[in-house]
Each structure stands twice: as C-alpha cells, then as structure tokens.
Design a protein around this ligand. Structure first.
Ligand SMILES: *[C@@H]1O[C@H](CO)[C@@H](O)[C@H](O)[C@H]1NC(C)=O
Ligand SMILES: *[C@@H]1O[C@H](CO)[C@@H](O)[C@H](O)[C@H]1NC(C)=O
Ligand SMILES: *[C@@H]1O[C@H](CO)[C@@H](O)[C@H](O)[C@H]1NC(C)=O
Ligand SMILES: *[C@@H]1O[C@H](CO)[C@@H](O)[C@H](O)[C@H]1NC(C)=O
Ligand SMILES: *[C@@H]1O[C@H](CO)[C@@H](O)[C@H](O)[C@H]1NC(C)=O
Length: 438
C-alpha cells in the first residue's frame, strides 16, 4: 500500500520503479532510433516492418490500444505543437499519419467511451493465482489452529443505519479511514464516490446499485469535539461505521475484518465487497462490468480478485523497527503466499463470511493485504484471480487509463491529483497520455 510511506516495502518499490524507468528509457533509445524526436514513452516500442504498415489519416481522436504503434515524424510534431497532446486530432489542413500493423490497434475515443465492456477484452484479464511451490510442504500451517480463537465481535459504536436495506446493493465499497481524514473523505465523496447512491458517472450509466462505508476503529484519547464531528458526519451522510477496537496501523487487519463482518451482517445481499484505500480512485462503471466478467471467469461462488503483488514471493518484514514487522510466531515463513496489492481488491459475496470465520481460527498478522488476500484466503482455499486492470502501485502514467476506461483502479493519489484525475474523467480528456522526448 502506498500510504505507508517510507517503510521498506515502499522504498523497495521506489527503487524498482526507478530501475524500471531507467530500463524503459534505455529501451526507447534502442528501439526507436528513427522516431527519437517524436516518439512517446508509452507507445514507441517495436518498429514494425514497413510492408506490414497500415496508415490512417486522422481527423478524429484516437487512443492506441497497444504498444505496436508509431508515428510519422513531421506531421506528428505539428499535432504536438497544437497543444492537444493526447488527442492526436489533426486540423483540417494537416494530415497526420499514424502507422500500425493493424487497424485493430486503434479504438476511437467515442468507441472507448461508448462500450466500456469491450475494453475489458484483451487486457490480460484474470490470471489464476496458483499455489506456490515454496509453501506446498507447509499445508498444515494453512489450516485452522487448535487453540486460536480470535475475538472479532467488537461492538458497533457508530452505525450506518439500514444502508443496504432500501434497495438491492450490488457493490459495497469499504474504505478504511481515520478521524482526522475528513478532507480526504469529502474529496472522495465529491469525486468518484458520487456514483454511490446516485448512480451518476460522467456520460456513463452505473448499471448496478453501489453503496459505500468508511470504517473506523476507536482511537483512545480522541478529542470529544472530533468524535462529535464524526457523529455529525455520520448523521449527514450515513456512511460511517465505527467499531470498538483500538484504531492503529497495526490493527488494520482488524479493521478490514470488522468491515467484512459488518458487510456479512448488514449488507449480506451485496454481490461484491470492494476494499478501497483513501488514496485510490475507482472507475465505478468499469469496475461493475469487470466484476460481472470476473464472476463468469471465476467459475466459483467464492473468489477474490485484485492485482497480485508484483513480487512473486512477497517477503515478510522481520526488522523490529519496521511498522509492518511480523514475528515468527505469527507467521514462520520467509515469504507470504502470493497476495493482492492492498489499494483495492474485491471479494465475492459467498467468500465474505468464509474469510471472517477462517480469520477467527488462524494467527492474525498486521499487514492487512497479506493477511486477508494471502494467508486467510489460502487457508480457506478460496480461488484468487489477478487482473492487470487494477493499476500497479505508484505508476502515474496509468492515470489516463482510468479516464479511457482501461483501468478499474488507480492509486497513490494525493488530494490534488485526485481532483485533477476526476476533472479528466468528468471532461473525458486526459493530457498525460503521450509524453514527448525532446
Ligand atoms: C474525416 O473527415 C471527413 C470530413 O468530415 C470525412 O469525410 C472522413 O470520412 C473522415 N475520415 C476519417 C478517417 O474519419
Ligand atoms: C504528412 O505526411 C504525409 C505522408 O508522409 C505527406 O505526404 C504529407 O505531405 C505531410 N504533410 C505535411 C503538411 O507535412
Ligand atoms: C460491447 O462490446 C462487447 C464485447 O466486444 C460486445 O459483446 C457487446 O455486444 C457490445 N455492446 C454494445 C452495446 O455494443
Ligand atoms: C517438500 O518435502 C519433500 C519431502 O520431504 C522434499 O523432497 C521437497 O524438496 C520439499 N519441497 C520444498 C519446496 O521444500
Ligand atoms: C488492536 O485492538 C485491540 C482491541 O481493541 C487492542 O487490544 C490492541 O491493543 C490493538 N493493537 C494495536 C497494535 O493497536
């Protein structure tokens, strides 16, 4: 999760990112000698055989569907100088030529926005996560333990009354929050979470009913004024649930288990539980299409879907100074089971109560994503699917993929970035798509 700034995992990610950018930069230098003035970091990969090229005269807005695209030099720089970076729409007097191996590499912007379920095709959807070799000999660990009986029935202190009763909820969005983050909550409510309750989305219809809840623990020593404000917020929005356990980073696992338990008790008909971090934006209509696809792909009532951690074997933090340290007693192996990135993941309705009952009988560990989508899900033998359309942590160039309905989630957004991305969604334009190397 990207919020956990400056822990070791974050620094590792940052390093990997820097390395990846360097490699990408180098590969551009190598693969695009001809177009080096106008080539884009995003598209300019293979330079295709001349005889295979198709040319398009452009007077509409196009978005490239794959990396096998290049642009002809002179004409293209004219478009660039018009300031319409991503739009590639030529003025009537110029004729911009885009070359590609196949017409299919392009979708017009209109097409992209019109039929979003089409965008889900060919995105490398749904890789099944198999059992890991290195944990195969430890199946006795991934089983309910005698003598472990975690208390998960904490009392509800603030309730979102009858939230799911009024209509058939399809998607329950659960966002862990803390008292001090009113500004973050308001920003989310104002932007992509508007689709909750209203079913509104810029120029698209949210087909299914969406509800959301911000989840809190109880922070000892909270000022009475802050609690009063939170209560007022709860009365106003009816989207706050506070549960009676100590709210802390190390208790995030308890918080998500409380959210799952609450969903099982008070929103039990919701087809999907979607965990979303406060710094993450969801393309709600696309997410719904995506989950409908996932249900077919999973071939099972119970499943979890997200983006698998980019390290094949996510390592357990043993450094005692680290916020996410996990002791040998809690989890004895060097690596976690493959798990999902924590910024957003979805759990099917049938899997929700199973994860909660499993979590009562195994040792809890603090990193919530590793516990819920790794250890608990593996113990309960719930199938896991990984999909690329959940953006990877911290890669800003994927921004526009949310706008163009190609990614269901985008993370590492601060408030300014969130507002900017939402404006892009609302206006259905996005400037970061093509970056020119000068
Ligand atoms: C470009 O615009 C002209 C006139 O509006 C139209 O006849 C033509 O079909 C368009 N070409 C493409 C590729 O859309
Ligand atoms: C644009 O490119 C085409 C094909 O390469 C060329 O025929 C045409 O003259 C160019 N137009 C301008 C305005 O440079
Ligand atoms: C949208 O695209 C999908 C997949 O290509 C297709 O099956 C469906 O019929 C399309 N829907 C509309 C309304 O065009
Ligand atoms: C699992 O155990 C078997 C037999 O004890 C051993 O031969 C094998 O190497 C072990 N596999 C791993 C991945 O540790
Ligand atoms: C987690 O919550 C439980 C229940 O309130 C509490 O006893 C425990 O101290 C908390 N742990 C941390 C690390 O905050």
């Amino acid at each position: 999760m990207c919020q956990k700034l400056f822990n070791r995992r974050f620094l590792q990610n940052l390093f990997a990112l820097a390395l990846a950018s360097l490699l990408m930069y180098l590969s551009l230098q190598i693969s695009c000698p001809v177009f080096s003035n106008t080539c884009t970091t995003y598209y300019c990969k293979p330079v295709v055989q001349k005889s295979d090229l198709l040319s398009f005269q452009l007077n509409r807005t196009f978005v490239a569907k794959s990396s096998k695209v290049s642009f002809s030099g002179d004409n293209f720089s004219q478009v660039a100088s018009s300031g319409e970076m991503n739009k590639l729409s030529a003025s009537p007097t110029s004729s911009t030529v885009i070359t590609s191996t196949s017409r299919d590499l392009f979708l017009s912007r209109e097409e992209l926005l019109k039929n979003i379920s089409r965008n889900l095709d060919g995105l490398g959807l749904f890789e099944t996560i198999d059992d890991e070799e290195y944990l195969k000999n430890h199946s006795d660990f991934f089983a309910p333990r005698v003598g472990v009986d975690n208390y998960l029935d904490h009392q509800i202190l603030i309730q979102a009354e009858d939230l799911c009763l009024r209509d058939e909820t399809f998607l329950l969005i659960a966002i862990p929050s803390v008292i001090g983050h009113k500004e973050e909550r308001d920003a989310i409510r104002r932007t992509w979470l508007r689709s909750s309750e209203t079913n509104a989305w810029p120029r698209a219809r949210v087909k299914e009913k969406v509800k959301h809840v911000f989840f809190f623990g109880y922070k000892k020593g909270s000022r009475e004024e802050d609690l009063k404000n939170l209560l007022a917020e709860s009365v106003f929005y009816n989207d706050i649930v506070m549960v009676d356990f100590e709210d802390s980073y190390r208790n995030l696992t308890l918080k998500m288990l409380a959210a799952l338990r609450w969903t099982g008790n008070f929103c039990e008909r919701a087809e999907f539980f979607l965990k979303v971090d406060e710094d993450t934006m969801i393309n709600v209509p696309l997410m719904i299409e995506f989950l409908l696809h996932a249900r077919v792909a999973a071939k099972s009532e119970q499943f979890v879907v997200g983006r698998k951690h980019h390290h094949e074997k996510p390592e357990v933090v043993r450094n005692k100074d680290d916020r996410w340290v996990v002791g040998d007693l809690e989890y004895p192996f060097r690596y976690y089971p493959q798990y999902m990135l924590g910024h957003s993941y979805a759990i099917s309705r049938a899997a929700v109560p199973v994860i909660v009952s499993t979590a009562r009988r195994i040792r809890l560990v603090a990193p919530e994503d590793a516990f819920i989508t790794g250890i608990a899900v593996k113990t309960a033998r719930i199938p896991r699917l990984s999909a690329r359309s959940f953006s990877m942590c911290c890669v800003v160039k994927y921004d526009c993929d949310v706008v163009w309905n190609k990614k269901v989630a985008m993370t590492s957004l601060d408030l300014l970035h969130l507002e900017k991305l939402w404006t892009s969604v609302a206006q259905q334009s996005c400037d970061d798509k093509i970056v020119f190397l000068k």
